[in-house]
Design a protein around this ligand. Structure first.
Ligand code: ADP
Length: 248
């Protein structure tokens, strides 16, 4: 695998009781890029994502991450290797403050779940790191609110913060703009751009104007297969892509 490829799949396939949802997908994600997976409804994007994050086991095919075969690895091991999925709303505790949510995520990364032995100094550095992350995602003025009190878009920013607490090398974003108003979309778009400076991002996203402005590279899926690949200008002009969207 060339060194500039961080994640690749070969012949990735998922069958559900005879129905092939993902069919021989070869995907290559370049290190440091923002790569979008798009396609009409039922194209197999979510299934593909679930295969990459090990929520589902592939029927056939392989997944390489940094040259390592992770096809049979468990989700926790994959996260340890630096490949982390965000936007699992369940990762945020609605009754706890924004700052506490981030602190808990940082503690989890450090593998320490016990309060009683920690020195004051450790606690202070944890607190500083949490504040830095909260600031990085633009939530400083909301840090004392509970996560449940945040707007939808800001909750997603908090989810990004809790994911960043794990210090991932590559982030998988599952429809980061889903259900958002224009203002939230702009805020999250800026945040993704900022976060991508030193990370690779793979996202499934329906909002094509977001895809157009954020992505370096796009893979279009249709009926479980790769239909086209390239930058937005190239794939949006591809007659097969136009037809797949119109026909869906
Ligand atoms: P997308 O995210 O692109 O809309 P999905 O990956 O959700 O597409 O679905 C691709 C196809 O696989 C759809 O036809 C869907 O009905 C089917 N599918 C997805 N999950 C399952 C499942 N657990 N059992 C059976 N069929 C499924």
């Amino acid at each position: 695998m060339p060194e500039d490829t961080i994640l690749s799949t070969s012949g990735l396939t998922k069958e559900f009781a005879g129905f092939t949802a993902v069919n021989g997908v070869d995907l290559k994600v370049r290190r440091g890029s923002i790569h979008a997976l798009i396609g009409p409804n039922g194209a197999g994007k979510t299934t593909c994502f679930n295969l990459l994050t090990k929520f589902l086991a592939p029927t056939r095919g392989t997944i390489l991450y940094n040259g390592r075969d992770i096809t049979r690895e468990k989700p926790a091991e994959i996260a340890r290797l630096g490949l982390v999925r965000s936007f699992q709303i369940s990762a945020v505790f609605p009754q706890l403050s924004v700052l506490t949510n981030v602190r808990i995520a940082l503690q989890r990364k450090r593998g320490d779940n016990f309060d009683f032995w920690r020195s004051e100094r450790t606690l202070k550095s944890l607190d500083e790191d949490a504040r830095r992350l909260v600031e990085a995602v633009g939530l400083s003025s909301f840090q004392a609110l509970t996560a449940g009190e945040l707007s939808y878009g800001r909750k997603r920013a908090l989810e990004i913060a809790t994911t960043l607490a794990l210090d991932p090398e590559m982030l998988l974003l599952d429809e980061p703009m889903a259900g958002m108003g224009r203002e939230d979309v702009e805020r999250i778009e800026a945040l993704i751009r900022k976060v991508s400076k030193d990370r690779t991002i793979l996202m499934v996203e329906h909002n094509l104007s977001v895809v157009a402005s954020l992505s370096d590279r796009i893979t279009v899926l249709a009926r479980g297969q790769v239909l086209a690949e390239g930058d937005y200008a190239a794939v949006s002009k591809d007659p097969r892509v136009v037809e797949a969207y119109i026909g869906s």
